[in-house]
Design a binder for this molecule. Structure first.
Ligand code: ATP
Length: 227
């Protein structure tokens, strides 16, 4: 397994947010991490990256236990995170943002610019002057420049204009087709389910259901994802 999360529990101060999350991503697999608001998706991602280290349970990346490792060491094990709220360096140009993230591997500036031609067009602009959608493309581009084994996307299309969302989904489909392993959180099921090989649903900080998108019946959707 590329990513193996078993029984993790995590807290914010004294308040427990995760009560036992199990989740695995195999090489080349795209897994959708799902669940209603507040069920623990972002906390699980933060725990995987050791931004909010789990109190118990284990996270293994390509067999390596992440316990006690700083977030940048976890990233070096092969995690490319596109966090909720897309963090780029606002006062660096698009080009500088991308180059600053670079680690050697198949993903280069050229390939990122081919994936997102808009970034090429805006290469000399400050990141802060980009539209929300362009910043999201930049955040994904930055994650790819680290040449991750696993790309994690937390609500990458949230709050963006429909045209831009389409561009981002197109890029995600392309990455998946190229065999990149992906863990993705997104609310748009009509886009999410076709790219996912498997879904893992969280309820109240626990993994509650896991299976193929084809087996995610409307009953299950109502039960776990309905508002
Ligand atoms: P959303 O779709 O709303 O982002 P989520 O599934 O990602 O939801 P989390 O953000 O992981 O859910 O939240 C899980 C639980 O942890 C919730 O009960 C939430 O209130 C709590 N929580 C999240 N962030 C914090 C924080 N910084 N401090 C305290 N509690 C938090």
């Amino acid at each position: 397994m590329l990513l193996d999360v078993s029984g993790i529990q995590a807290f914010y101060g004294a308040s427990q947010a995760l009560f036992g999350v199990d989740l695995a991503v195999a090489e080349g697999e795209a897994v959708a991490l799902m669940g209603r608001n507040g069920m623990g998706k972002t906390t699980t991602i933060r725990a995987i990256c050791n931004l909010n280290p789990p109190k118990s349970g284990a996270v293994k990346i390509a067999g390596v236990d992440t316990k006690g490792r700083r977030p940048h060491h976890v990233a070096k094990l092969g995690i490319g995170l596109v966090p909720e709220g897309r963090r780029c360096f606002p006062n660096l140009t698009v080009h500088e943002n991308l180059v600053a993230a670079a680690r050697s591997g198949p993903w280069t500036l050229e390939r990122v610019n081919t994936l997102f031609p808009r970034l090429q067009e805006r290469h000399a602009q400050m990141a802060r002057s980009l539209s929300g959608g362009e910043q999201q493309m930049l955040a994904i581009g930055r994650a790819l420049m680290t040449n991750p084994k696993l790309l994690i996307l937390d609500e990458a299309t949230e709050g963006l204009a429909p045209v831009i969302r389409q561009d981002i989904w197109k890029a995600i489909r392309q990455l998946k087709a190229e065999g990149l392993s992906i863990l993705v959180v997104d609310k748009t099921l009509s886009e999410l389910l076709p790219v996912a090989d498997r879904c893992v649903i969280l309820e109240n900080g626990k993994s509650a259901w896991s299976g193929r998108p084809a087996d995610l019946t409307t009953e299950l959707q109502d039960r776990y994802l309905g508002v």
